[in-house]
Design a protein around this ligand. Structure first.
Ligand code: NAG
Ligand code: NAG
Ligand code: NAG
Ligand code: NAG
Length: 494
């Protein structure tokens, strides 16, 4: 063949191969940029974004510890009747029922399209993405392992089917993303158990529970599965952006596809997510749990309390405030779970009255709220750890402890970081917001009489104690250096 002809054929082939990709990229770039542009347009600019509006939307990112805020704060601040109806898949939320004041779900930000935007305040909690992935993996397995009481998968799955219809409460199995992650792990656990039975006795290497393939799917396999890409990675950014695979917008799914295909377009999503955090009433951090909780009580709690006191009309029709008795009851229900919540309580406890709630709010203060929170969280944690222990026993010797995490290979952790690069950036940004928020609250408190309430709440005390401790340490270090220096000098002299 003529060399120029050869070259021509070659060029045509190359172009034919590149063009679809290129045009897809161009298409995607347009789709993502348009989405980002319009998302940034719809920001509600308020004079005071630190003011609680009529509706509180708690954007609950899975595995960030949001459940303790829900049970130990929000359930004390809002009555059942004030809670918006929820569904955990595609929400059948009726925007005309606008008297509701609190919405707490795993739904993503696209939910805002169903809410009166200018009357809604959003709060969320973010977590270090690497820890969140570990926790997601462990929790999927923990919940799935509960099914191992059944002799086989068929009987386990049948059991779920029988539990579903008519059941009050909402179980983890109905909630995104667990409704996908748990059945996946359940199937996997049964398959591995069946394989063990066939093999007879096997020797299990006990050193690394995150890589114990005889018992559970190794972490590395889990994070590389398409399902993890779909549901877990960069999940914080996608949820805040409103682009999870559970999004309400049909358009979101194309944006999502584009971003997953062309990594570079993730920057636009990140930008939108950051702006959304900026506009939120409160952003907490799982890692700084104590300070986050104290701030939640001071920023959100205090405003809910004063809001309730100024408008007594909204009290009409409020059923009852759910108190300890309610939550401990749902806690002890064996088949319900982490996400067991208010829906059950709507029908369940009819005790208490409007008067009770009114009285409760009037006597409620930030300090008391924190006090109640402390008790609530410790009992919640006890229940959680008991359930976890009971569940993990079924896949022993696999047991996920903090020390085990640190033994996971750097290759795997690096992979998690790379798969969650957007979340890492977003988390860093959230830390900055948190620091600013913190400063703002401390300034505000010290400029008013509220300072007393700050001192009255245990979280606040810890903070001051911490400062005091830090000063002591610095002082001791200085003394030590001074003494050391003198000693050295005297040695030199000798
Ligand atoms: C699963 O277990 C149930 C209950 O023991 C039993 O009736 C059924 O035959 C089992 N199914 C299979 C496929 O082994
Ligand atoms: C979300 O992801 C799950 C798990 O991969 C999948 O089964 C489901 O169909 C997805 N939903 C949408 C709307 O894409
Ligand atoms: C797993 O580890 C925890 C904490 O290290 C321990 O309390 C628990 O008993 C262990 N469970 C099993 C089944 O080994
Ligand atoms: C804001 C509001 O509705 N305030 C009412 C609270 O209740 C008193 C007496 O019941 C009314 O006089 C207020 O108007």
């Amino acid at each position: 063949m003529d060399p120029t002809l050869k070259l021509l054929v070659f060029l045509i082939l190359v172009l034919a191969n590149i063009c679809p990709i290129k045009s897809d990229f161009r298409h995607c770039e347009k789709v993502v940029k348009n989405w980002a542009f319009s998302s940034l347009q719809e920001r509600v600019k308020e004079d005071n974004e630190h003011t609680l509006r009529d509706l509180l939307f708690f954007l609950h990112v899975p595995r960030t510890g949001g459940r303790t805020y829900f049970h130990c704060f929000l359930k004390r601040l809002y009555s059942n009747a004030q809670e918006c109806p929820r569904s955990y898949d595609k929400l059948r939320f009726d925007p005309s029922k606008q008297e509701c004041r609190l919405l707490a779900t795993h739904d993503d930000y696209s939910m805002m399209s169903k809410l009166p935007r200018e009357k809604t305040s959003v709060v969320t909690i973010l977590r270090n993405p690497v820890d969140r992935i570990f926790s997601t993996y462990e929790f999927s397995i923990e919940v799935a392992a509960r099914f191992l009481v059944h002799p086989n998968l068929t009987s386990a799955t049948k059991m779920v089917g029988r539990l579903r219809p008519g059941a009050t409460g909402v179980s983890t199995l109905d909630i995104w993303p667990w409704k996908y992650l748990v059945p996946w792990m359940r199937e996997d656990l049964f398959a591995r158990r069946d394989a063990r039975k066939l093999m007879g006795s096997i020797d299990i290497k006990r050193n690394d529970p995150y890589n114990m393939e005889e018992m559970v799917m190794p972490l590395q396999e889990y994070i590389n599965d398409p399902r993890a890409h779909e549901l877990i990675h960069n999940g914080e950014t996608f949820q805040v952006a409103g682009l999870t695979n559970n999004s309400y917008f049909v358009e979101s799914h194309e944006v999502r596809r584009c971003v997953q295909k062309h990594k570079i377009l993730g920057e636009h999503v990140l930008e939108v997510a950051k702006k959304r955090l900026d506009d939120m009433l409160y952003v907490g951090l799982t890692e700084d749990h104590r300070e986050s909780a104290t701030m939640f009580a001071n920023v959100v709690g205090a405003q809910v309390i004063s809001q309730a006191l100024t408008e007594n009309s909204s009290m009409e029709g409020a059923g009852n405030s759910k108190s300890e008795q309610g939550s401990s009851r749902s806690e002890s229900e064996p088949d319900n779970d982490d996400h067991q919540d208010s829906n059950a309580d709507h029908n369940a406890d009819e005790t208490g009255s409007t008067e009770d709630l009114k009285e409760k709010k009037e006597t409620m203060s930030v300090g008391k709220l924190m006090e109640a929170y402390e008790g609530c969280i410790s009992s919640l944690r006890k229940t959680q750890s008991r359930r976890r222990k009971a569940s993990l026993k079924r896949i022993s010797p696999a047991n996920f402890s903090k020390e085990d995490r640190s033994r996971v290979s750097e290759v795997v952790t690096e992979q998690i970081r790379s798969l969650n690069h957007l979340d890492l950036e977003l988390y860093k940004y959230a830390q900055e917001i948190f620091a600013k928020q913190h400063k703002h609250v401390v300034e505000k408190l010290s400029s008013t009489d509220d300072l007393e309430s700050m001192f009255n709440n245990p979280g606040g005390i810890t903070m001051w104690k911490f400062l005091w401790l830090a000063m002591c340490i610095v002082f001791l270090a200085l003394v030590f250096l001074f003494v050391n220096a003198r000693r050295r000098m005297s040695k030199v002299k000798i």
